[in-house]
Design a protein. Sequence first.
Length: 233
Amino acid sequence: MPKAKRKRFTKGAVKKQPKALKEKIARTIPELANTYENIFVFIIEGLRGDIIQDLRNQFKEDSRFLFGKNKVMAVTLGKNETDSLKPDLYKISEHLKGESGLLFTNRKKEEVIQYFQKFHARSYARGGFKATQTVELKEGPLEQFQHSMEPHLRKLGLPTEIKEGIIRLRHDYIVCKEGDIISPETARILKLLGIQMAECTVFLKGFWSNNKFKPCLLYTSPSPRDRQKSRMP
């Protein structure tokens, strides 16, 4: 019986996709800069694909979000006055750090800033996330789950059993305590319970308009989590 041939991967093949993405960003940024009046630079805390898609839908009529390697975006925008794509646009590059992105838009600057001042989204926590609250389940029936779910719940670590066709907890069970690092199994349990702990916030760092860049003033929020929000300069 002939031996199956194993696929061989070369260094060139591995590098093709990143290079293509870099080239796409390098082409896209100048096109968008010529299409939209305002460009915002922001950082996003608690990045989630579904939340990004919701934002894209909210702004799809007159705006475009762009994410990519910070270094690639910075090189395309320009790193100094001499190689700046447009006058003063290079100053955005200084703010491309961490989980950053660009928003190209024709909306009024005040409208965009007000939107993100109020923006707050929640999603399900993933493994490695720090629990923001204590979740405890009491002994007794878990009527929200069909009996066929019992093996899966038990596999996740819940002390379950079936009595009279209903899933029951044999004793009280603490799913997580505030401050604990959530395991992948705990994250699945919280999702099954419909408990969202992860938060997503967008912080505007500055914007470019009429060939001028202006930073957004950041201030410390009085909330317990010491969040920062963006304000109009």
